[in-house]
Design a protein around this ligand. Structure first.
Ligand code: FA5
Ligand code: MG
Length: 412
């Protein structure tokens, strides 16, 4: 991948997080704005909607999955360091070297060895290696992504992993003869494609359908659909979408864990599924929260509405104000090395949470010079007051200046 941010970043001092110093290098692309959001831990804040949702899910899983003595079998991990190695975030999960999520334009790198986790799956390998079979991980995750009401560069996920011994599984679902074929081929790792296919089919139909249903319970009676998808770490894989404002909103990805991942973590004799749930998206639906930026609001008008000791309480958020939007366009010629995510990140860095949405509205390539220009529409709206056109213009000008300086674009 390309190295940008060369000279300037090397002069700056190292990044210190939780008392650890990380030297900058040509991979470093975290902005101060993102670094300042680390440690906010919204999912730990009492009476925050994400904390309520976490408690609701944990209570549900604790009651649903118990051992013969009636004790919960899932362990919950909500305090793991969001700074992870590239091995944790990618390699341990078989993410190929050319996968888009590894690009500097898609993930936040501290340097060439460490990054801010882009998903809670980054902890799968370590926890499985510890010998855990059933666990949940809650945490903040970081991504360079689009800007609109359902995307934010920092959001929260819950990872669910459930493993079970192959023999235990086969006893439950297969006849004795089929069982011994599977078991012996499994032991010698000689699972043919055919067998593997059938094997996965059985897991899919029998056990996953049971386990997948747990998410539907959480979703009450929303309209939903499962779609087939691809992840490097599961096969087969699915996404769960729920109906939201007349559109499908993706809330979760899941699937059967690739056997090689379990082998690498010393659990090759087990099989299992994993799932990753977007907490904000589910909370938006459950509590009628119209915009993902609201989760970061410290306005009591927002927080007071979630002040309850009963995480199962039905809460329907009432917008405390409707302030008008201000819309400004920006057009520029892009240099050869350019990614829209760099621009989105810069807009958020300069404008902060008054940026409601940024959309690429026009792409034009000059027939003679072959230069390309992008036009973006930036929607400004403050959550707590009316913005004046002058305030917006000032920020818009700062965005233009920063784009020129940092992204080397030429404003039209
Ligand atoms: C993953 O992150 C996988 N690790 C999920 C997974 C885990 C699959 C285990 C299989 C096994 P994905 O990139 O689709 O997948 O993100 C999962 C969920 O996070 C999405 O469904 C969505 O609810 C939420 N999400 C993704 N990007 C954003 C964003 N920018 N803002 C808010 N929520 C987001
Ligand atoms: Mg997805």
């Amino acid at each position: 991948s390309t190295c940008y941010q060369t000279t300037s970043s090397l002069c700056e001092k190292a990044i210190t997080l939780n008392g650890t110093e990380y030297p900058r290098d040509c991979y470093t692309n975290v902005s101060d704005r993102i670094l300042n959001l680390i440690g906010k831990n919204l999912h730990h804040k009492q009476y925050h909607p994400l904390c309520l949702l976490k408690q609701r899910i944990v209570n549900f899983i604790y009651s649903k999955f118990v051992n013969s003595r009636g004790n919960p079998i899932f362990s919950v991990h909500d305090n793991l360091n969001p700074v992870v190695t590239l091995e944790q975030n990618f390699d341990n999960l078989l993410v190929p070297h050319d996968h888009p999520s590894r690009r500097l334009s898609d993930s936040y790198y501290i340097n060439s060895k460490f990054m801010l986790r882009a998903h809670t799956s980054a902890h799968q390998h370590d926890l499985i290696k510890c010998g855990l079979d059933n666990f949940l991980v809650f945490g903040d995750v970081y991504r360079r992504d689009e800007i609109d009401s359902t995307h934010y560069p920092v959001f929260h996920q819950m990872e669910g992993v459930r493993l079970c011994g192959v023999s235990e599984f086969t006893q439950k679902y297969l006849t004795v003869e089929r069982c011994s074929t599977y078991w012996s081929s499994f032991e010698t790792k000689s699972l043919t494609d055919d067998l593997q296919f059938e094997w996965k089919h059985i897991i899919t139909d029998e056990s996953i359908s049971v386990d997948r249903r747990i998410f539907l319970v959480l979703l009450s009676d929303f309209e939903y659909q499962w779609t087939d998808t691809y992840f490097p770490f599961t096969h087969p894989s699915w996404e769960l979408e729920i109906k939201h404002k007349n559109d499908w909103l993706e809330v979760l990805g899941c699937g059967i864990i690739e056997q090689r991942i379990l082998e690498k973590a010393g659990a090759g004799h087990k099989i299992g599924w994993a799932a990753g749930l977007g907490l904000e998206r589910l909370a938006m639906k459950l509590y009628d929260i119209p915009d993902i930026r609201l989760f970061w609001s410290t306005d009591s008008g927002f927080l007071v509405q979630f002040h309850t000791d009963n995480p199962d309480r039905q809460i329907s958020f009432k917008p405390f104000s409707h302030y008008p939007q201000c819309i400004n366009d920006i057009s520029f010629w892009i240099p050869e090395e350019y990614s829209s995510n760099d621009f989105y990140d810069l807009v958020r860095s300069v404008g902060g949470d008054i940026i409601e949405q940024v959309t690429l509205v026009d792409v034009f390539t000059h027939p003679r010079t072959k230069r390309t220009s992008h036009c973006y529409r930036i929607v400004y709206r403050h959550m707590e007051k009316t913005l004046t056109q002058q305030e917006v213009n000032e920020i818009h000008t700062r965005i233009e200046e920063a784009s020129r300086k940092k992204l080397h674009v030429e404003i039209r």
